[in-house]
Design a protein around this ligand. Sequence first.
Ligand code: GDP
Ligand code: IMO
Ligand code: MG
Length: 427
Amino acid sequence: MKSDVILGLQWGDEGKGKIVDYLASKYDVVARFQGGPNAGHTLEFDDIKHVLHQVPSGVFRDNTKNIIGNGVVLDPVIFRKEIDALKKFNIEPFYNLFISKRAQIILPTHRLLDAAYEKSKGDEKIGSTLRGIGPTYQDKTARIGLRVGDITMKDFKEKYEKLKGKHLSILKLHEFEHDLDPLEVEFFDALEFLKKFKLVDTDYLINQSLAAHESVLAEGAQGSLLDIDFGSYPFVTSSSTTCAGVCTGLGLAPSKIGQVYGVFKAYCTRVGEGPFPTELLDEVGEKLRKEGHEFGATTGRPRRCGWIDLPALKYAIMLNGVTQLAIMKADVLDTFDEINVCTHYKLKNGTLTDALPFDLCNEDITPIHKTLKGWNVDITDITDYRSLPSELIEYIVFLEEELKVPINIISVGPNRVQTIFKNNNFR
Ligand code: GDP
Ligand code: IMO
Ligand code: MG
């Protein structure tokens, strides 16, 4: 067997959580491969909305194993809160949640460092979620980080104090005021809680699952345009959000990658700073934000909104080897008379291109749009592809022709049931 992958093709918040939750019933294993509590994955069913940050979105499916892979950075305090929130719904993932011993731990001082670094950047801040993601990955690559497997070792406290000392000296340099004591109390409590879970070699577990013909779905966080290598650097996150991250973040060989589902919104959003060529700073952008309830699932910040960006989507599809697409939030466009699609960028020197320029941050880009007719129909109750309005089908067919990948999933609302498959013979 091979592992299928679901990942975001834009700047995050495409609706990955909804699709993973939906498809999880068809998989034996769901595994998060990167990111951490900067992610906020929303799942809606039975009139309840859940937001998951680190726990994989397969957790609501009884027979699905859930893995937090080695590529993840785990905050034990947020983890505990997530598990407590799940308990209210009688979900106790002590048996079906497996955490990699190799996953890096986010310390309270990592969060403080994140805040200190952002503050020192002033106007050039990234707009980080301030969850300590960057500093934790920094320590991982500096080879001084602490891993989940370390917490059961005798010398953990010693290692912790050593790293904390390093962090405190940086915080001092930044003259960053903080009150670490209460944060440490909840951190050490949360570590004891974490020890009750299955802390294992998930690299072996996942490969053994595939060898035993179990189906595996890898769940991405963030989006391709936030990738540390290929995103709009430096306005990116600190992990590999693309398909390559599945291999390093779970211990899967490239030959073990199967279907790659690319998830994208019918328009485009971004939260935090950084370039966004198709951003709409007018009433149309405001309408997208209002209709799409575009406020961050992790930080509550308003998301920036704009039209769909084909050069960026084509780039993401290329990087990930996407085999199938899921278009999300099509219903948000229900009341728009016209829908614009950015097909090309016009650069300052007059060149037209559908490739992403190296210096997206400083390049003066004018998006070139093609205008399509809106459908002006409420599609939220439609359950089969053939019943969709012809203008929406035209939009989908146009995107498929441009992107050269089939759009097999059409999402028409936040609820699990508001999901349409073009081909019923899926999997
Ligand atoms: P993720 O991070 O990719 O999992 O996405 P988020 O959960 O951060 O953001 C997606 C938001 O859109 C959530 O509030 C979802 O409930 C919502 N959503 C997902 N699919 C649809 C859809 O098809 N229509 C509408 N209206 N909302 C959707
Ligand atoms: P999901 O998985 C949207 C953005 C932040 C910031 C930048 C760096 O829900 O799609 P970080 O905290 O990682 O240092 O922030 O990346 N960002 C996200 N934007 N969705 C996410 O995750 C994000 N995770 C990080 O807003 O601009
Ligand atoms: Mg999100």
